[in-house]
Design a protein around this ligand. Structure first.
Ligand SMILES: *[C@@H]1O[C@H](CO)[C@@H](O)[C@H](O)[C@H]1NC(C)=O
Ligand SMILES: *[C@@H]1O[C@H](CO)[C@@H](O)[C@H](O)[C@H]1NC(C)=O
Length: 746
């Protein structure tokens, strides 16, 4: 039997200590799983490998002795760098690969699209899921979403089987056969779950699960026997009895599909689909005909509609525009108030504002461990800053104190020696010893003895002897090379009264106008933001700016000496495709090819390094193995080696983790060239275009002083016209919130 478990267990190995949780406890309250290890083995063909500790050696370690704690009803953001295995953890929870998650727990998940390379096991789509996808193909969007939430189709299948048999007047045995078939199919499905369960549990629980499995297998075998029973072996009484049972079951199933119940769910489904941006006309479209983005939205709608105990969302905003994002925020916030047992939500997102709005607590994945923080990203950053400051001060104080004590001891030794005072010498030596031992155990902020583990959770010390101020969580910083001066004055790019429509073939059919009367000028050093919903003409605007399309009317001009760097929203996918067609290609070899000996190897390595692709990451890792975030850095390197004066960045944050988004925003914020950002990421626009700073942060780090006055404008592109947003992205956000209110109200 090939099952999703086997497939998944072949790649994701999980083990853990006994949990406080009991399989016997059918109700999900919270998870508290200790000693959790998750390892991903690369090779296939390991099917049947037991999820035990030993196999860990030859895999990629995601978690080691971690503690997974989920409180009922809390909304969590799982944060951690690209490639640390966030998606793998989510998947392990969703598929209940982690022992200690009760079978009855209902979990629904929106998984990330496979191919973005941001996770070690991108292609580990379960066969179950493939099945769902393929069966979904004949459905319309609405049917698919409702069906997955109600298992309507499964019930309907059973109804069909029973009904056909009961209406069959030629064979008296037909209802009995149908009844046995339905029963048998159900047993087989249950066996599948029990089998998965038994395989995943270890110790006495595993034994119990395996015993239960053996007993259950007997049931299935008996059922198979009954199914195969010959007509003449079945007596009259049995036929009568089971025919009765068949019609009872049919009646019960039909009541489950009562039109009223389904209608309610359908209403909810329609409202979710509308919120995610589906025009009503698309509800009846076949799922198979949809583009990737709309398929993802269909999946998201399904995940949101299902009654569930744990809702897992992996990058849910990736395919949404800002209206969809704001609707989703609202939906998740409302979820907290629904019913007596609102679901726990665990999500991964690169969108800072989204996390801050929706999540109450953070789960931080770092160094194969999970730590927890109550609060949003802003408070988290502030607390890290405070801790760093505190630790820095402590270290200074400690060093001063140590120096002082050292001095006193040295003095005492000197005096002791001079006076021949053995006692004093001994005393001084013992004090020296104490001093050596004691350092690093000074008083904690709360006044007690300083205990590293308690007071500095999440920090890492090389030795007890000294306090090490943690390296910035933002990690690898990004440094952009300076843009050279354009020695001739004038705007870099300008669009004057530009209108664009697609050329018509037939004269009688006027084409809709894509852009109308657009004025846009970009000068040296400007910060321009463009926000707008899907279909507002953004890609056409970019095409005009990058000179890949000519306006229908109006004037588009560019500075003759301008070098422009254009980051397309498909850059990562393009690099991935390139990597697949040339498996040997690395960041270094690609860039070497790009620059055509304009730069030497040292310069290329320097550029890649400053963007966060140092050393062997650049020279030895093939493109297919680079994470989404690393590919974004590479795509930037391919623009920056030409030292452009203008960067046009279209949805650059999609594949980044939020740490990298922050680092990138900071780098762009202080760059001297001009930038035009097209993005749904409110944080990016605020930081880069509006010039918003880390609230209290960055004390003295060159903030303020050398900041020259820049032109900063955020535009809204709507229905082909470009308007200045006087109140910036916040104004846009508010207007969308109002729209969402209206959408929900009616
Ligand atoms: C809307 O735009 C975003 C970002 O440009 C894109 O990822 C998404 O696929 C688009 N959605 C649809 C349904 O076209
Ligand atoms: C663009 O500028 C021209 C003048 O240069 C002006 O007539 C026109 O109204 C402007 N268009 C918009 C949409 O502001």
């Amino acid at each position: 039997m090939t099952t999703s478990t086997e497939e998944a267990a072949a790649t994701i190995l999980v083990s853990c200590k006994q949990t406080r949780f009991h399989i016997e406890n059918p109700v999900y309250q919270e998870l508290d799983i200790e000693g959790l290890n998750i390892t991903v083995t690369s090779g296939a063909g390991k099917a049947g490998a037991k999820p035990k500790g030993k196999a860990r050696a030859d895999g990629l370690e995601i978690l080691a002795n971690a503690n997974l704690k989920l409180k009922a009803g809390v909304h969590y953001a799982l944060i951690g760098r690209n490639g640390t295995g966030k998606s793998t953890i989510l998947k392990a929870v969703a598929e209940k690969l982690i022992p200690g998650i009760p079978i009855q727990t209902r979990i629904s998940i929106l998984q990330q699209t496979a191919s973005d390379g941001s996770d070690p096991v991108p292609e580990a789509t379960s066969s179950l899921q493939k099945l769902e996808l393929s069966s979904g193909n004949q459905f319309s969007v609405l049917e698919e979403v409702v069906d997955r939430a109600t298992s309507r189709n499964e019930i309907q299948r059973e109804i069909d089987v029973l009904q056909k048999a009961i209406e069959n007047h030629e064979s008296a045995l037909a209802p009995l056969r149908a009844f046995r078939q339905v029963h048998h199919d159900r047993l087989k499905r249950e066996l599948f779950e029990k089998d998965k369960d038994a395989r995943l549990r270890s110790g006495t629980r595993g034994m119990a699960a395996r015993k239960a499995l053996i007993a259950f297998e007997k049931l299935v075998a008996e059922s198979a026997e009954r199914l195969a029973q010959k007509d003449d072996e079945i007596d009259e009484d049995t036929i009568k009895e089971e025919t009765h049972q068949a019609s009872d079951l049919l009646a019960e199933l039909q009541s489950q599909l009562e039109p009223g119940k389904i209608a309610d769910i359908e209403v909810k489904a329609r409202s979710i689909l509308s919120g995610l941006g589906f025009p009503k006309a698309n509800f009846d479209k076949k799922v198979s005909t949809l583009s990737g983005g709309w398929k993802m939205r269909t999946n998201l709608a399904s995940a949101l509609l299902q009654p569930t105990d744990i809702l897992i969302l992996d990058e849910p905003t990736n395919f949404l525009d800002l209206l969809g994002i704001i609707w989703l925020q609202r939906f998740l916030l409302q979820l907290r108030e629904t019913g007596p047992n609102p679901p726990t939500v665990v999500l991964v997102s690169h969108d800072r504002d989204f996390i801050n709005t929706v999540c109450q607590e953070l789960i931080i994945l770092r160094d194969h461990e999970l730590t927890y923080f109550r609060g949003d990203l802003t408070t988290y950053d502030a607390s890290i800053r405070d801790k760093k400051l505190y630790l820095g001060r402590m270290r200074d104080a400690q060093e001063k104190q140590k120096a002082h004590m050292q001095q006193t001891i040295a003095q005492n030794i000197k005096q002791g020696k001079a006076a021949g005072d053995e006692n004093k010498l001994r005393q001084a030596k013992s004090r020296q010893k104490k001093l050596d031992n004691r350092m690093g155990m000074e008083k904690s902020a709360t006044g007690g003895r300083f205990k590293l583990n308690r007071d500095l959770e999440g920090y890492h010390f090389t030795a007890r002897a000294g306090i090490e101020v943690p390296v910035d969580e933002k990690g690898v910083s990004i440094l952009l090379p300076e843009a050279p001066d354009l020695r001739f004055p004038g705007p870099l790019v300008s669009l004057e009264k530009v209108t664009f429509k697609y050329p018509t073939t037939k004269k009688s059919v006027p084409q809709p106008i894509v852009l109308q009367d657009v004025n846009l000028t970009i000068h040296t050093g400007d910060r321009i933001g463009v926000v707008g919903l899907n279909g507002s003409g953004k890609s056409t605007l970019i095409k005009l700016l990058t000179d890949t399309t000519k306006p229908t009317s109006g004037i588009a001009t560019r500075h003759p000496r301008l070098r422009m760097g254009y980051y397309s929203q498909h850059s990562v996918e393009d690099l991935q495709a390139l990597g697949r067609s040339e498996p040997e290609l690395t960041a270094l070899s690609l860039l070497t090819r790009d620059v055509e000996s304009a730069l030497d190897e040292g310069e290329i390595r320097g550029l890649l390094g400053s963007l966060g692709l140092p050393g062997r990451t650049a020279s030895d890792v093939p493109l297919t193995k680079l994470s989404g975030g690393q590919l974004v850095r590479l795509a930037l390197a391919r623009l920056l080696w030409q030292t452009p004066q203008l960067l046009i960045l279209d949805e650059i944050t999609t594949h980044l983790d939020f740490h990298t988004v922050t680092a990138l925003a900071d780098a762009l914020g202080s760059w001297n060239g001009a930038i035009l950002v097209v993005s749904h990421d409110r944080f990016l626009i605020r930081r880069v275009v509006e010039g918003e700073r880390d609230s209290e942060g960055s004390e003295g780090e060159g903030s303020g002083e050398e900041e020259e006055e820049r032109r900063r404008v955020v535009y809204l592109l709507k229905g082909g016209t470009l308007k200045v947003l006087e109140r910036g992205v916040s104004g846009f956000e508010e207007s969308l919130e109002k729209r969402v209110e209206k959408l929900i109200a009616g």
